[in-house]
Ligand binder design. Structure first.
Ligand SMILES: Cc1cc2nc3c(=O)[nH]c(=O)nc-3n(C[C@H](O)[C@H](O)[C@H](O)COP(=O)(O)OP(=O)(O)OC[C@H]3O[C@@H](n4cnc5c(N)ncnc54)[C@H](O)[C@@H]3O)c2cc1C
Length: 388
């Protein structure tokens, strides 16, 4: 077993670091997540630079504008981007989830229409899977798509749709056969957001930001050609999108950066709290290393052609809960100032930890599969325990 990056991988790490140092605004700290308009704009500019560099979609095949990068190279990109708080600017969905799904299941026309537009940083996607009654149990979704001649007519509601207010397109799941067993009657569609009958309403998150949305679909007509893959096979397509980027490296890399910032700040701590803060910092730092190793294990398995399952859930669970632990610890280290958000005069470290304490409830421990669901997977598939 080789527990080091190869010389070529090490070189790539250095190139990615150098690129980010040049491409991000001077002194960039990343503040509000990509919900904030300024951060979204920085993300779009970064995407243009990545596109010029041929780095917009490292994992994609070369014929679709990618670099055909392996799992370890992807991990290198993702780790550096998270550590430097490079804004996503919509890459997570467009490049990380939707593009690979179209590469797998799209016909030639769909590939030509959508993939180059993503790598040119011109087209942004959101994911319309969850519904008010279908989240962890996604296969219960009720949005209907009914064939009418050479079109489908779609009616229903989606919820928690991140960045839909900015997206051009949605990867949508809808039920096409209500009589079939629930996993077997779902189809997948590529829906332009500006189609008549699509209404986007903001949902404000715990931190008071407009991050996700409700989507109301009323008699939305799309041509048959907007269906991705075979009719009633959408569930299997959806599970493919959920399989991409499973290493969860962003959690531990972002966490490491946060711990380092707290270390710089620890000198301001009152003397009576120093011992507790020192030991807390040491614990959080060890935890970021554990998280990193769990993520490296997932990428290492993928690179060897194995399919991580409970291992990916363990990395996600650990990284998500660690992100929250660091945020909570950061607020306590900074004392009462730590509770102030939004970069006001008295806020410390731009209020980042108070902000993250709120935001990460959703982003780290619910989105992408809740912590309870990850524990179920670890228990049943990892430890062989019976289903509860
Ligand atoms: C920040 C954020 C962004 C999101 N972005 C998107 C997006 O862009 N597109 C999209 O389609 N969706 C998105 N989601 C939705 C997300 O996928 C769902 O919230 C998630 O799958 C949980 O579903 P739910 O909210 O319906 O909760 P439920 O599934 O109703 O769960 C409620 C509670 O019950 C627990 N629970 C459920 N089932 C089990 C079980 N079998 N065993 C033990 N406990 C269980 C859960 O852990 C949770 O605590 C986003 C969510 C968040 C928070």
């Amino acid at each position: 077993m080789e527990l080091r990056f190869s010389p070529a991988e090490q070189q790539l790490r250095e190139r990615v670091e150098a690129f980010l140092a040049e491409a991000l605004p001077p002194g960039w700290h990343g503040e509000g997540g990509e919900d904030a308009d300024e951060e979204w704009q920085v993300g779009l500019e970064l995407n243009r630079r990545l596109s010029d560099h041929g780095w917009m979609a490292p994992a994609w095949p070369r014929e679709y504008g990618g670099m055909a990068a392996g799992y370890i190279e992807q991990l290198i990109f993702n780790e550096a981007f998270a550590y430097h708080r490079a804004p996503g600017g919509g890459r997570l969905f467009s490049v990380g989830l939707v593009g690979p799904t179209i590469i797998h299941y799209g016909d030639e026309r769909q590939k030509r229409e959508h993939l180059p537009a993503i790598t040119r940083a011109e087209l942004y996607w959101c994911r319309g899977f969850s519904e008010p009654g279908a989240g962890s149990d996604l296969a219960s979704l009720q949005t209907r798509a009914v064939r009418d001649g050479d079109e489908y007519v779609i009616n229903g509601q989606k919820i928690w749709t991140s960045q839909a207010q900015r997206a051009d397109m949605m990867l949508l799941l809808a039920r096409t056969d209500p009589e079939a067993p629930k996993h077997k009657g779902i189809s997948c569609f590529l829906l332009p957001m500006r189609t008549a009958g699509v209404a986007v309403r903001p949902l404000i998150n715990l931190a008071g930001r407009h991050s996700f949305n409700e989507i109301f679909l009323t008699d939305v007509r799309v041509p048959l050609a907007a269906r991705l893959g075979e009719e009633n096979r959408g569930w299997y397509i959806a599970t493919t999108t959920l399989d991409y980027e499973r290493s969860s490296i962003a959690g531990s890399a972002g966490g490491r950066r946060n711990v380092e910032e707290l270390v710089e700040h620890a000198a301001e701590c009152p003397a009576r709290r120093r011992a507790a803060v020192r030991s807390g910092l040491a614990e959080r730092w060890v935890e970021t290393e554990v998280g990193r190793m769990l993520s490296y294990r997932v990428a290492g398995m993928q690179a060897r052609g194995l399919v991580p399952n409970a291992e990916a859930s363990a990395a996600k669970l650990y990284a998500g809960e660690l992100t929250q632990r660091i945020a909570r610890f950061g607020v306590s280290v900074l004392g009462l100032y730590g509770q102030l958000r939004n970069g006001g005069r008295w806020a410390r470290l731009k209020g980042r930890f108070a902000e993250q304490l709120l935001v990460t409830v959703g982003t780290a421990t619910i989105a992408g599969g809740t912590s309870e669901v990850q524990r179920n997977i670890i228990a049943t598939r990892g430890l062989g325990l019976p289903r509860g």
